[in-house]
Design a protein around this ligand. Structure first.
Ligand code: F6R
Length: 261
């Protein structure tokens, strides 16, 4: 695992976008998108470089990590709507090129299996963006999720619903109890995992993810099992890392050409 400590989220977003640009230059690029606050600086950077004519998503496909179950189809906080707003409306993905799990299906298990199949049929995900929940979830794989899980329906913890109430008028009763999420097994099949974490409130989650024991009680620790995982954090989020100085030294002495890919 590579841990990169940056001065600002914008600096992290720029590093990620360098890696994404290299993928976009190859045939059949497939990206994994996250929602929530953490990836927003990355989507800003995508738009900036797209507006400058430096990158194009016209040939790319993308798969979201997760979707709520039980929201009205036109709800502005459905992840389909969020990704339309934050990504599709700002760069040049082809219509329909961004897929989200189907939280509205009459047959959720079949829709979940179809989603994993669609990812496989697309050739797998080249780079998957991730945030981390304050309880260690990735996607919406809450504690005790199997580290080999496929895409499936999950129940959110009260903690996660409280954390996400900020997107629902600060009213937890509006936050759905169920979600469909890429499983940890699905996420682990992506060729490169890039986790973004900003702010001191996530410092404990970062320390557990990077330096804690691998356990389904803390799903983000599954990153330690991945051959190519990058965790990009700002200084407040890195504040509880025991080996922060080492990670910094490794990155400072990395060959210029290597990037994060
Ligand atoms: C979102 C997702 C979640 C978030 C996590 C952190 O698609 O899968 O795992 O990444 O809840 O959320 P933020 O970034 O809002 O702190």
């Amino acid at each position: 695992m590579e841990v990169i400590i940056v001065d600002t989220p914008q600096e992290g977003a720029s590093l990620v976008t360098d890696a994404v640009a290299a993928i976009l230059a190859r045939p059949n690029p497939v990206l994994g998108l996250a929602t929530g606050s953490s990836p927003l600086p990355v989507y800003d950077e995508w738009q900036r470089r797209y507006d400058l004519g430096e990158i194009s998503f016209a040939n790319a496909r993308a798969f979201a990590l997760d979707e709520y179950v039980g929201l009205p189809p036109d709800h502005p906080e459905s992840y389909r709507a969020v990704l339309q707003r934050e990504v599709a409306d700002r760069v040049d993905f082809a219509p329909g090129a961004i897929q989200t799990p189907d939280g509205w299906s009459d047959d959720i298990p079949a829709a979940c299996a179809a989603y994993d199949r669609a990812i496989r049929d697309a050739g797998g995900i080249d780079l998957q963006l991730l945030g981390v929940g304050s309880d260690g979830h990735i996607g919406f794989n809450e504690p005790t999720s199997s580290l080999e899980s496929p895409t499936r329906i999950k129940s959110l913890t009260v903690q996660t619903r409280e954390d996400n109430a900020r997107f629902f008028d600060d009213d937890i009763s509006q936050v759905p109890k169920h979600v469909v999420t890429q499983g940890i097994g699905t996420i682990r099949r992506a060729r490169h995992l890039v986790m973004l974490v900003w702010g001191e409130s996530k410092a404990e989650a970062v320390a557990a993810t990077v330096e804690g024991p691998v356990t389904s009680m803390y799903p983000s620790t599954a990153l330690q099992l991945h051959p190519k995982a990058t965790v990009i954090v700002d200084h407040p989020a890195a504040s509880r890392l025991e080996h922060a100085a080492y990670y910094q030294e490794v990155f400072d002495n990395k060959p210029e050409w290597q990037g994060i890919s």
